[in-house]
Design a protein around this ligand. Sequence first.
Ligand SMILES: *Cc1c(COP(=O)(O)O)cnc(C)c1O
Length: 385
Amino acid sequence: MNYNSKIVKVKKDPGHGSHIPPIYMTSTFVFNNVQEGADRFAGTDSGFMYTRLGNPTVRELEEKVAELEFAEGCLAFSSGMAAITGCLMGILQAGDQLIAHTALYGATHAFITKTLKKFGVEVTLVPFKTAEELEPHITARTKAIYFETPSNPTLSLVDIKSVADLAKQNGILTVVDNTFLSPYLQNPLLLGIDIVVHSATKYLSGHGYLIGGLVVANNHIIDPMRKEVQKNMGAVMSPMDAWLLYQGIRTLHIRMDRSQENAKILAERLEKHAAIKEVFFPGLSSFADNEIMQKQMKGPGAMISFVVNGGYEAGVRLMNNVKLCTLAVSLGDVGTLIQHPASMTHAIIPKEERETAGIWDGLVRFSVGIEDVEDIWTDLEAALS
Ligand SMILES: *Cc1c(COP(=O)(O)O)cnc(C)c1O
């Protein structure tokens, strides 16, 4: 079946034949007799027991995402951070070394550098694009390598296959946060990565109505994680959210296609605009990591970052003057979202440190939606002048 058809497909309802799968809004499941309950707990009967241990609506979502990421399994969590922290707690133990990229989502960076350290995991942060820069940091205790590509908010890329190859040679697990592209535009598992994590809050949901997270991998990783992490840590996705997410996913390809088309047009126009100093967008020929993009992405995505002339004040002025674009953090919504990292998401980081990471005072992060591109451009142009 074609990938786009897999996105849209719904599973047949075995109950009453409803076209859209029902929501199993229940905390627990009834056993017909003691033997059935015993068999389910023993694992010899695959029926459901209690929603923290598994729920039909959540399971259906997990199966769809696994299919879209070319994996055997998937675990759904209550947020992207629950998925990321659960995954790392599941694969690491005291004494292990974790190598992570320096450019990480803020909460991931804080969890790795504060919480994981507290539990005796040695953390090494490295800025890398390929395996070459990583290799010197690998030790006998390196258990996992963690990164995002494209990264937040500068959209710089990591060569996924080169890192996966190096990790495999050394028996190291690899984890990629694939939130910025979604499974429609990038499939790290096909390039040799072991685990993919998603904030499903973003492109997968697409409609800004839920918070959710996913861990996707093959069963030798997913099965123990389901039994230990998901069941005992308990940050599971609710059946209602799983159902909403499932329905959101069914338009993933057309949402991504339209957002991406819009983003290409806007990035090219922004690059020529007199008020703009620099545009970061993987789809521009001027983009520094263009070569890596060609190797591993099916498209540039729909996130653009750009630097306005006039620094902090100009960034703030732009934010306060847009009308169609919504001033909000998050991304991947059908509506265009705009935010100013220096005054918002990255304001707690000292200016000097921000700038070393490429987060200039005039940097604006732009999540392009599916509106008419001319309306978005008119709004931006008016706000820029
Ligand atoms: C939003 C985001 C997260 C965190 O996800 P939540 O659903 O907000 O917990 C992690 N990684 C990236 C890249 C994100 O954009």
